[in-house]
Design a protein around this ligand. Sequence first.
Ligand code: HEM
Length: 429
Amino acid sequence: MSRPANAEKFDNPVIQWIDERLPIFTMLIKEYRVFPMPKNCNYLWSFGGIAMTMLMLMIVTGIFLAMNYTPNTSLAFASVERTMRDVNYGWLLRYAHMNGASFFFIAVYIHVFRGLYYGSYRTPRELLWIIGVVILLLMMATAFMGYALPWSQMSGWGTTVITSMFSAVPLVGDGLVTWLWGGFSVDNPTLNRFYALHYLLPFVILGVVFIHVWALHQTGSNNPTGVEPKTPKDTVPFAPYFSTKDLFAMVVFLTLFMGMLFFAPLALTEVDHFKQFDPMQTPEHIVPEWYFLPFYAILRAFTIDITIPFTHVVLLSAKLQGVIAMFGSIMLLMFLPWIDKSPAKSARYRPLYRWMLAALVAAMLALGYAGSQKPEGLPVYIGMAGVAYYFLHFIVLWFMTRNGLWVLIPKEETLPVPSSISDDPCWKH
Ligand code: HEM
């Protein structure tokens, strides 16, 4: 049997037999053992693997929860309560799934921040980054639909508020909302389609993650200098160096996760999530899960309709501005590789950019706070300031990494970048 010159040889005859017909073991060795990793990658490079572990945990716990769940408006809430009280370890499955979603988002938000800090979105990893943004959108859709399933007050009203925002789309808005709901209110057809999609999407995410890692293995990993590896001396094999490092990071992360799971499983959950949905009674305060709060604040930060001057003809309603800004805030990330043209990739050599990133994180936290409060008084202004900075960040980044903008935005000055990873003074101890 003719085999490619780089195919592995295995002592175990069964493995050799399989590999000759399906070179899966050769592929695993190439991608997960000898795969060259820049030797200076820090623990922030472990969060992709951690996110992967959380995705698997969500799928496994979700499948077992589904075995005890009934997607019908009159039975859904009771079926979840039954899982909690009467199913063996049902409480563990549900709490692991609920808190797992939070920890999955923590891992992915840190993963994205790492990309922003070290310029991992820059060439040649643009497509890898764009696929990442697609994963983020899919994760958000999945989490949103999952929150509807227990059919609690928060489920029903959260679903109503968020799906209703599509009514802001000109001309077809109301029809679009009716189509999404499968009727004239959030009801059984809505619950059924959310359940079907919530079961399906994690597997779509798994497929897209496979493509994400495939793209990564095409370009190789970035590293804290942002300088591509030049010689074999700049890299080490993934196993055992990074496999053990990732494993250690995973154990620490999962220990924190279990701390939350066993000692404070309800710390992040609203009390109205434990009352059955009553379409006749609106809860006093409708709030999404913490990981959606900044985006919820962006949605609500627009309060004034744009009209044709001196008339009452509305050109762009406040609601539609909020919807555009909310989706735009994520879609904008896809264009980041072409917005940022700095000669240095890593924030290590970009003092001004470092401050801007710190301000961006502060803006996201401020937006998170604004999203958690009632839309009145100071939180509304904090939300508006947060939105303004969020979009300003990308505009300033565009100009400062080109020629600046008059006296308003100076051209970025970067520090000297080492010529190779091995020349990095932070690496040489
Ligand atoms: C389910 C969610 C995700 C999983 C399981 C995942 C998985 C991974 C893995 C295993 C790696 C290699 C290890 C590492 O560099 O950390 C990686 C790299 C990367 N991911 Fe993700 N990812 C996810 C979401 C995202 C998102 C949302 C983005 C961006 C918006 C993103 C952007 C990147 C980039 C740019 C790299 C290369 C980083 C570098 O080499 O510096 N990923 N991802």
